[in-house]
Design a protein around this ligand. Structure first.
Ligand code: PLP
Length: 441
């Protein structure tokens, strides 16, 4: 391997060469074995090399590798859509397949806009989203995201989206404020924004059910999302929940919002949907949204070459079957509790671990300069990146994240092990993480 032609994420150095995956391990060309405690970016939810998924993909590739959705549908797409619809609550039963989470968000935004156009309500085009959120890197998704450093260079290219604060108790609740009072205050902020913009101009509120990469595994406080749902209904706008990271079973239920008792109008899925075996994602909409298009112009004015790629659909269908056959959703809940306990025992009193939080097997530690005041580390120290490097040197893969709003959030380490992680592997992850944190702090 002499040639240097791949445009890598960093132009400074080529990353190590991964050659194989086995269960929770990624193996490099020098035989180095890395415990994949984050599934890349919360993707590899069955670990690497699951034989049932690999076999389903090979079988599909042998029979038919590609057709364009402008000509054909496929068994794999039809069966996967039925499977997803069967797992989603309420009337979320129409599935638009894309190749990535960002594209799923783009499709969701366009679908929301078209929903209002079909109903003759062309004045609604405004999107409200949240700070410290991440919905992807394509321009529409980036505009809806609230990750300041990701947006900054591209600001002139972004559509105008209003951003409100996320629901993030550790950072945004006032001292002494109850979770309930805080949740109400956070939700009311959305209503204020709607009233300021003018309710008949707003088409959708977009939020991650559990905030993933930017704020670090932040679940909503009880009742926050229920209030959000009521506010959206009151103002006749759509609720789009982004479950690209936290959906597809990652938190122990197929959709994470099931645990909040809320059904959005559109939900996006990705990452764990295909478990990394193929790039596949989806925007799932309610029958009401679908019917508006079906009884109106009859087509979403949007389409991409690789929509509903048949091998991706076959892979994701096999993933759903494995999750059921191996009874992995209850296991995610149990292993998530166990991981929380282990982290609490190891780091609960650590002077630089401010918060340990998450849902199911999406868990983060927030690293702080001062536990008592919650003061973040100086951003220039890039503590989360150093943690990633130290973990890597010890054969552990963790997902680093950091984002700041008024100095109110800082460095996080995100853990998203596979749904079939064993107890021994969880012990190993926490042990290696302890060594990592000792090395950094
Ligand atoms: N939405 C959320 C919540 C995500 O976490 C991500 C990726 O991290 C995306 C959307 C974008 O997905 P993709 O990277 O597949 O485009």
């Amino acid at each position: 391997m002499e040639a240097e032609h791949v445009f890598h994420r960093s132009t400074e150095a080529r990353p190590p060469l991964a050659v194989r995956g086995e269960g929770i391990y990624v193996i490099d060309d020098r035989g180095g074995r890395y415990v994949d405690a984050c599934g890349g970016a919360a993707v590899s939810c069955l670990g690497h090399g699951h034989p049932a998924v690999v076999a389903a993909m090979a079988e599909q590739a042998r029979r038919l590798e590609y057709v364009h959705t402008g000509f054909f549908t496929t068994e794999a797409a039809e069966e996967l859509a039925a499977d997803i619809a069967g797992q989603c609550p309420g009337t979320l039963d129409r599935v638009w397949f894309t190749g990535s989470g960002s594209e799923a968000i783009e499709a969701a935004l366009k679908l929301a806009r078209q929903y209002y156009l079909e109903r003759g309500d062309s004045g609604r085009s405004k999107v409200i989203a949240r700070r410290l959120s991440y919905h992807g890197n394509t321009l529409g998704a980036l505009a809806a995201g609230g990750s300041a450093w990701r947006r900054k260079p591209y600001e002139p290219l972004l559509i105008d989206v209003s951003l409100v604060d996320p629901c993030f108790e550790y950072r945004f609740a006032e001292p002494g404020e109850s979770a309930e009072a805080y949740g109400e205050r956070a939700a009311n902020r959305l209503e204020q924004e709607i009233l300021e913009i003018g309710p008949d101009r707003v088409m959708a509120f977009v939020a991650e059910t559990v905030v993933g990469a930017t704020a670090g595994a932040v679940p909503p406080v009880p009742d926050y999302l229920r209030r959000i749902r009521e506010i959206c209904d009151r103002h006749g706008m759509l609720l789009i929940l982004d479950e690209v990271m936290c959906g597809s079973g990652r938190t122990g239920t197929f959709l994470s919002c099931e645990q909040d008792g809320v059904v959005p109008d559109i939900v996006t899925l990705g990452k764990g949907l295909g478990a990394g075996y193929e790039p596949i994602a989806a925007a799932v909409c309610s029958s009401e949204v679908y019917d508006a298009v079906a009884t109106g112009s009859g087509a979403l004015k949007h389409g991409q070459t690789y929509n509903a790629h048949v091998i991706g659909c076959a892979a994701a269908l096999a993933v759903q079957r494995v999750i059921r056959e191996e009874r992995l959703l209850p296991r995610v809940r149990q292993s998530g509790e166990r991981l929380m306990d282990l982290l609490g025992q190891s780091f609960g009193q650590h002077s630089n671990v401010g918060d340990i939080r998450g849902r199911g097997l999406l868990i983060a530690l927030e690293l702080v300069a001062d536990r008592a005041t919650k003061a973040p580390f100086d951003a220039a120290l890039a503590i989360h990146q150093r943690a990633k490097a130290e973990a890597f040197a010890r054969g552990l893969l963790i997902y680093p994240s950091g984002g700041t709003v008024d100095g109110r959030s800082g460095d996080h380490i995100l853990l998203a092990p596979p749904y079939n992680v064993s107890d021994g592997e969880l012990d190993m992850i926490v042990d290696l993480l302890g060594q990592t944190i000792d090395a950094v702090l």
